[in-house]
Write a protein that binds this ligand. Sequence first.
Ligand SMILES: Nc1ncnc2c1ncn2[C@@H]1O[C@H](COP(=O)(O)OP(=O)(O)OP(=O)(O)O)[C@@H](O)[C@H]1O
Ligand SMILES: [Mg+2]
Length: 295
Amino acid sequence: MATVLKTASVPGLGKVQAGEIEVSSVSKSYGVQQFAKDVVKDCSFTVQRHKLTVMIGPSGCGKSTLIRLMAGFERPTSGTITIDGKQVVGPSHDRLVVFQETALFPWMTTYENIMYGPKARGEDTPKTREFAEFLLDKVGLTQFRDKYPNQLSGGMQRRAELARAMINNPSVMLLDEPFRGLDAMTKELMWEYYAALFEETRRTNFFVTTDIDEAIFLADRLLIMTNIPTRVRAVLEVNIPRPRKLKDLVEDDRANDVKMEALSLLHEEAMKSFAGGSKAAADFVEAYSRRIAKR
Ligand SMILES: Nc1ncnc2c1ncn2[C@@H]1O[C@H](COP(=O)(O)OP(=O)(O)OP(=O)(O)O)[C@@H](O)[C@H]1O
Ligand SMILES: [Mg+2]
């Protein structure tokens, strides 16, 4: 039975329940007959209610494909995906996706972009406006509410994007490498903003990344994916109390243990695709070796 957490401190956060997604024996191939390419193969996992589940896997293994399947943009070749027991057959605003590419409308201000979803649904109410103010504050953009996207830095655009998705109260948020391409310092700032938003709302979140530090800092549960065709290689629980601060994590033994275990599994998977001639895998193996050398 679904539970609704007490979120009284969050104005305008409606009674939408956090959802749960079940991916069962899902496979996805592109192309036909001898040209068919298996991208996802017999993949099963649960995105648990109220938890932040992070998926990490070698570059090109099929993570974005899984996001598209969960969002309902594409259908699996076999297997099923359900949200709260109901089969996913298409997109719906109970599952919102935040992509790496910006989806902000360039002709709208930050505030107008955030209010776009509620306005389009005829829900421009005092309660939603209050929620918009809360989100603006939480993502540190109150001073930038009347600026247009091209007047915002890359990090500010990503924060506006998060607020723009969250105001729609999706029962599950799906995020596909939303902070990829930002510089290291901006990225770390983004993790703290995003983690704080998650900690206050406790909606179900599913977050895809290739960055191990991002994964450990954010995750309640970490899904380690195999090389293509992808499936879950291991599930690691990241039992580190919240609220989390980056500086606490650097010294945390549990965080370091999970990181080493995850890196070792990812290294094995990357080696497999390395053997298959993947440039991305070669890059990963090189980065991994540097990381180990630094320890
Ligand atoms: N529509 C499609 N038609 C054919 N092949 C596809 C299609 N979509 C994805 N693929 C292939 O599926 C594989 C996995 O792609 P996907 O984008 O899901 O990986 P990813 O794990 O998200 O990669 P990255 O880490 O680079 O974001 C790639 O080899 C890609 O070429
Ligand atoms: Mg991807």
